[in-house]
Design a binder for this molecule. Sequence first.
Ligand SMILES: CC(C)(COP(=O)(O)OP(=O)(O)OC[C@H]1O[C@@H](n2cnc3c(N)ncnc32)[C@H](O)[C@@H]1OP(=O)(O)O)[C@@H](O)C(=O)NCCC(=O)NCCS
Length: 152
Amino acid sequence: MRTLKAAYEEGKDGMFIWELKGKIVGWSWLRIYENEFFKEGTYGEINEIYIVPEWRGKGIGNILMKHAEDWFRNKGIKTVRVEALATNEKALAFYRKHGFKPNYITLQKEISNIQKDDNSKTYHELSEKKVLKEHMQRESKQNGVFLSTVKR
Ligand SMILES: CC(C)(COP(=O)(O)OP(=O)(O)OC[C@H]1O[C@@H](n2cnc3c(N)ncnc32)[C@H](O)[C@@H]1OP(=O)(O)O)[C@@H](O)C(=O)NCCC(=O)NCCS
C-alpha cells in the first residue's frame, strides 16, 4: 500500500485541502497515470473534487477545477479524465460545464444472486471441446500475453 507521503514525494499526486477564512471548504486530489495501452498515453485524472456541503454552489468548485487544469498543464498533461457515478447529476453537470465529455462508459451488473442457467452449460461445453482454450492460446501467442485462465 502506498502511503500519502510516498505518493506526494513521487510527484504524481496533487493533494490539496482548501481553506477560506480559516475554515476547510473543500479538497482536491489529482493524479497522473501512465498507461501505454491508452492512445492518450500519460493522462491526468481528477480522483476527487469535494466541496463541503455548506460551501457548494458558491463558485468554489469552479476555482478548484481551474487550479486542477493549471496543475496538470504545468506537468505537461494534455488529457484529463474524471469518473463520477451515473446518478450524480450535480457532479456530471459540473464536469460538463467544464468541457468534459463521455469517453469510456463503465457498465455494471449485480451477479451474486443469479442462479446458473443454461448459458453456463453452454460455457462448459465450449471449454470441454477446448474451443475456448485453443482460441485463447492463439490470442495469447499473437498478443504476447500469458493468460493463466486457459488452464482447466
Ligand atoms: C460537484 C461539486 C464539486 C461542484 O462544486 P460547487 O462549488 O458546488 O460548484 P460551483 O458553485 O463552482 O458551480 C460550478 C458549476 O457546476 C454546476 N453545478 C454546481 N452545482 C450544481 C447543481 N446543484 N445542479 C446542477 N449544476 C450544478 C453548474 O454548472 C455550475 O455552473 P455556474 O458556475 O455557471 O453556476 C460539489 O457539488 C461537490 O463537492 N459535490 C459532492 C462531491 C462530488 O460529487 N464530487 C464530484 C465527484 S468526484
